[in-house]
Design a protein around this ligand. Structure first.
Ligand SMILES: *Cc1c(COP(=O)(O)O)cnc(C)c1O
Length: 434
């Protein structure tokens, strides 16, 4: 079996029953399917078959070393946005020659580490960053390949928090300034500008914004070449949407056609940076019901997973499918239930009035499409340890991140001496009184 499906009445990840993972590892636990990861990655390869195209997986969607390492084995490079992600990508075995560094606020320290590691390309997002990077590269005795990230001023028609390519968004260099900045970059000894980059947003369901942005970029390339500037690389970003509920995202073939039609004839080396569309459907969050109680309108199902484990519903109003691990009897009645976590704020609500079959304390459920921007956005709010992560490969499963120990969560916190002294004094006072 491949993917997430019921086998003999129990939901499986590939060949492994989620009940056995819950027994062995506990809950909440993220479970990833190698099969789906591979399928999603290969779908990109196939859609762009024959094109000279680099696929750089965007680590911020899911930066678990095993997930990144597995994609690396398939041939993926990495798109990173911080020093932490650089170290994760390298630790997962992605060669620096396949790493692209994006991000609006890279510090001098981060740029230095990336230059010294020898990353393939740094996507520069402003003139001040350009100057710092030039200096860093010269100090290191290197000439760093860069692309300029263009703000193409298109509306990605997605959630406002994840739209990144509109004028006024914080990302990239304004379309009208790109040529002059590029020319200036070409004159800097530490830099070798090779092309342009863009990323207009995430969870895009409509191809029109891509088409508009890529046409604008193509126009820019022609204009730059007309002025004698060399442009040999285009980084087209990520952002293809997936189905959480009832969205109909474009097929990768349709997307590849748009790419070919707009920038395919420029003779550039092309790169894309998909994150969500590779990992989202490859993961679920496995959780156990702690209590079921009656509420004002609906019954309330309280899970052992909270907004610290899965923040997307709270942060973006996002929908995640919720499914029982034990297959409900056919004809089981569905009722509207509120599904919440244990964290002490009302924002910790995963779903209101969700139609679900009968579920009670100790039952297991999964949140679907939870492989992207779920574990990677989790926190320890309410002093709740980071969940475990499991990777399934056919009939075997491995814990690829152990559940965080509570003590490890505060092991790097310190009580200052003076406070410790007060505590000791208090103790003496108390002892004297006694
Ligand atoms: C987040 C991000 C991506 C990946 O976006 P998805 O929607 O996950 O495909 C790609 N490139 C950059 C620069 C990003 O910031």
């Amino acid at each position: 079996m491949s993917g997430f499906a019921y086998i003999n009445g129990v939901l499986h990840a590939d060949g492994v029953a989620l009940t056995s993972i819950a027994d062995a590892v506990g809950t909440p636990t993220y479970v990833y399917s190698s099969t789906i990861l591979e399928r999603n990655y290969r779908n990109y390869e196939m859609a762009f078959g024959g094109q000279n195209l680099g696929i750089h997986f965007a680590l911020k969607a899911n930066s678990n070393l095993a997930v990144v390492g597995l994609l690396g084995r398939f041939g993926a490079g990495a798109d990173i946005v911080s020093l932490g992600e650089l170290k994760r990508a390298l630790a997962a075995g992605i060669p620096a020659s396949k790493i692209v560094f994006s991000g609006v606020g890279k510090t001098r320290e981060e740029l230095t580490a990336a230059v010294l590691a020898g990353v393939a390309q740094i996507n520069v997002e402003s003139e001040p960053e350009l100057d710092v990077l030039d200096q860093v590269a010269r100090e290191a005795g290197r000439r760093q390949r860069i692309a300029l990230r263009v703000n193409p001023d298109v509306d990605a028609r997605t959630h406002e928090k994840i739209s990144t390519g509109k004028r006024g968004d914080k990302f990239g260099i304004a379309y009208n300034d790109v040529i002059s900045v590029y020319r200036r970059a070409a004159g800097l000894a530490g830099l070798e500008p090779i092309g342009l980059a863009l990323h207009i947003g995430s969870q895009l369901i409509d191809l029109t914004p891509y088409k508009n942005a890529y046409l604008k970029i193509a126009g820019l390339v022609q204009e730059m070449r007309g002025q004698g500037l060399s442009v040999t690389a285009l980084d087209l970003g990520g952002g293809i949407g997936i189905t959480y509920k009832d969205e109909s995202p474009p097929s990768l073939e349709e997307y590849a056609t748009i790419v070919c039609d707009t920038v395919g004839n420029l003779g550039c080396r092309l790169a894309i940076e998909p994150g969500r569309s590779i990992v989202a459907t490859a993961g679920v969050l496995l959780s156990r019901v702690v209590y079921r109680k009656s509420g004002a309108s609906n019954d309330i199902l309280i899970l052992d997973a909270g907004m610290n484990d899965l923040i997307r519903p709270s942060m973006y109003g996002a929908y995640h499918p919720i499914q029982p691990v034990v297959q409900p009897a056919s004809g089981a009645t569905l009722t509207e239930i509120d599904v919440v976590g244990p964290v002490c704020e009302t924002g910790d609500t995963f779903a209101r009035a969700r139609l679900l079959p009968p579920l009670y304390a100790d039952d297991l459920v999964v949140f679907g499409a939870a492989g992207a921007y779920c574990s990677s956005m989790s926190s320890t709010y309410n002093a709740r340890p980071l969940a475990a992560e499991v990777l399934v490969q056919n009939d075997r499963f491995d814990v690829v991140r152990s559940r965080q120990k509570v003590e490890a969560m505060f092991a790097n916190e310190h009580i200052p001496d003076w406070l410790g002294q007060i505590a000791r004094d208090d103790e003496t006072v108390v002892r004297k009184r006694a």
